[in-house]
Ligand binder design. Structure first.
Ligand code: NAX
Length: 320
């Protein structure tokens, strides 16, 4: 997509928590800079009044960058003419709910939204799936919106990557900007593999005092925040959505990024899975998967574990 003066952006789950932190970042220019934003806010019908409240607050911010705003619960109305859709809306895991049921409930939502995209979406719309299970929701969405190039479907693993950078900086007592190429591989779940194998600090490779502890900490960071706060990660998630879109849009030369994208079989991963890889963002929403890194046996085994989980999730989602 060419850099435009105006972008039309839809946020699903727009009455939810992450949307509430993300929308101000979007409308204050922290994602796209000085670009006017036409905003589409989608949520389920029972959130209609809450959405009205969100719109009132947007108005009360008097953002110079805001264009027109539409709200509603029908993706076929709101996805029209969108350049970018941020999928935050999903079915939450309720107490006692089986993982299989969660996957299938969300697969149904993403099937319906994929069909809507196929019917009314722009051919070059870009998609960022955040709602969990993010990788598999993204895969389902892409399956039902076949007219849209597969590179346009991404899911968020940038929060995991940001968490990994922060923990390495603390462990090495180094500034964040001295670090490069920490990679999140695989699923946004507890099987993800946060890797320092290709990372550098001040241009030098490094080891951590306890790599096992680091990996487990990143894998379980969401639960750690949940336990401490009594609520899930919200502004750190919104901040990561901002980073994901901003770097995908503008490009980033200095470091490898992590985004979940549809695999073409790189590193032996089953083709078609939505897998978080080392990614080079090239600008104008273009990217390439960096497919030629040497992996240790330890890393290969970690990739297998997270791939297996994604294959299982795909099977469960397909059984709807
Ligand atoms: P909230 O429960 O606050 O908001 C979700 C919103 O989605 C609600 O307003 C709900 O009504 C709406 N919704 C439900 N079904 C919908 C549908 N069919 N169409 C449109 N909207 C629908 O959750 P929030 O804390 O904002 O988190 C949003 C999603 O992000 C969750 O699925 C969460 O698990 C996921 N996360 C993903 C992360 C990632 O790194 N990939 C990290 C943060 C977060 O946990």
């Amino acid at each position: 997509m060419e850099v435009q003066q105006t972008l039309t952006v839809c946020v699903t789950g727009a009455a939810g928590q992450i949307a509430y932190s993300f929308i101000p970042l979007l409308l204050s220019g922290q994602v796209f800079g000085q670009v006017k934003i036409n905003l589409r806010l989608l949520d389920i019908p029972k959130m209609e009044t809450a959405l009205k409240g969100v719109v009132m607050e947007i108005e009360d911010c008097a953002y110079p960058l805001i264009g027109d705003i539409q709200t509603g619960s029908n993706p076929k109305e709101l996805f029209k003419n969108c350049d970018l859709i941020v999928f935050l809306g999903g079915f939450p895991r309720l107490p006692g709910m089986e993982r299989k049921d969660l996957l299938q409930k969300n697969a149904n939502i993403f099937k319906e939204q994929g069909e809507a995209l196929q019917e009314v979406g722009k051919d070059d719309v870009k998609c960022v799936v955040v709602a969990n299970p993010a990788n598999t929701n993204c895969l389902i969405l892409s399956r039902y919106a076949t007219k849209i190039p597969r590179q346009n479907f991404t899911c968020l693993t940038r929060l995991d990557q940001n968490r990994a950078y922060a923990q390495v900086a603390l462990a090495l007592n180094k500034p964040l900007n001295s670090l490069k190429n920490i990679i999140i591989w695989g699923n946004h779940s507890t099987t993800q593999y946060p890797s320092i194998e290709h990372a550098t600090a001040d241009g030098q490779s490094f080891v951590l005092p306890d790599q096992g502890q680091f990996i487990e900490r990143i894998q379980k960071r969401g639960a750690e925040v949940l336990n401490a706060r009594g609520n899930s990660s919200v502004f750190s998630a919104a901040n990561a959505v901002k980073d994901h879109i901003k770097d995908w849009f503008n490009g980033r030369e200095d470091t490898l990024l992590s985004l979940g994208v549809l695999s073409n079989g790189e590193y032996g991963v089953q083709s078609g899975l939505c897998f978080s890889y080392p990614i080079r963002c090239l600008g104008a929403f273009k990217y390439e998967i960096v497919g030629n890194l040497e992996l240790s046996d330890f890393s290969k085994q970690k990739l297998k574990v997270t791939e297996e989980e994604l294959i299982q999730e795909q099977g469960l989602a397909e059984s709807i």
